[in-house]
Write a protein that binds this ligand. Sequence first.
Ligand SMILES: *Cc1c(COP(=O)(O)O)cnc(C)c1O
Length: 375
Amino acid sequence: MWVKNKMVQFLNLKRINEKSKTELQAAFTDVLDGGWYIRGKNCDEFEKKFAEYTGSHFCVGVANGLDALTLVLRAWKEMGKIVDGDEVIVPANTYIASILSILENNLIPVFVEPSAKTFNLDADLLEKNITPKTKVILPVHLYGQASDMTKIMQVADKHGLLVLEDSAQSHGAMVNMIDRSKMTGAIGHASGFSFYPGKNLGALGDAGAVTTNDPVLAAKVKTLSNYGSDKKYYNSMRGVNSRLDELQAALLTVKLNRLNEENAERVKIARTYLSGIKNPKIALPFFAGTRDHVFHLFVLRVKNRDEFMRHLTEQGVATLIHYPIPPHKQKALAQFNHLNLPITEAIHQECISIPMDPYMTADDIQTVIKACNSY
Ligand SMILES: *Cc1c(COP(=O)(O)O)cnc(C)c1O
């Protein structure tokens, strides 16, 4: 197979971080010289800035996105809001982390099909999946596009359910709610964020955060993530070690300054793709044209995905699949393997992500478009 020697990369993290190189190096030096490496002033500052950014009252930095989700559910258990065996409604086509956070807490995931148009939880299917055991809805703003939060919050309010947003892919996506525009992560009762390096806001290692307007929940998450201790060597709960370190917090504070600009670049690239890719064999992602999508990923659907991938590789374009196997078909989740979720399964068979990087060049964008159109 002949492959161009200069591929259009899927995502160039080095190029992204180099944009802030001077500030990142200064932040690193500051932490190094500060001599305090976990949960200090940099963590406080990032939590304050990220709470402000999202429009939440509180932000608690934790070790990663999975822990953020897991700790919110755990805290709700400690607060007596949910108990073992309660049901959590979750989109079936999510990344496995959303499901693991539920199982880790001895809760039952109820897999609901997404809308084939938006890839997000089909809010019209919510009510028929609610049972007396349903306590939480866990919408995932997949690929950077906000879920139908107006409908989800209406259903949650009507049935007295908690809403935990998985905002790991949607930093900065805005939703026009009935009263005002709100950011994903500040609409439900709590949200989990991931700052995995490849996310729209990415650390230089693992990091995550919980956002919420509930002061009790925020305090519980903070305590649980520090061994269940809010006073050194006194443990009120059996917690875990999931703290945000000073270095990642300082680097994230620097990188937060460019998030809006980088999201705007992503949207620009998406618009160019949407107007440039014209091939009846390729289904383009739905974009409402509003601020509800920050294009963490640009995901196409094609019938013969392997063939399409091979074609793109030959044309010098890198691709990835998000995700090849849905959670309910994973070996790790054998108890759910029997479930039949045709929309989810079709998406997983046909989806393919093309390069999406805020600093990709105009030439690279055109290479991608030409490669798609020549398939
Ligand atoms: C990345 C991601 C997570 C988990 O984040 P980590 O920081 O990798 O633990 C959770 N949910 C979704 C949808 C994600 O994309």
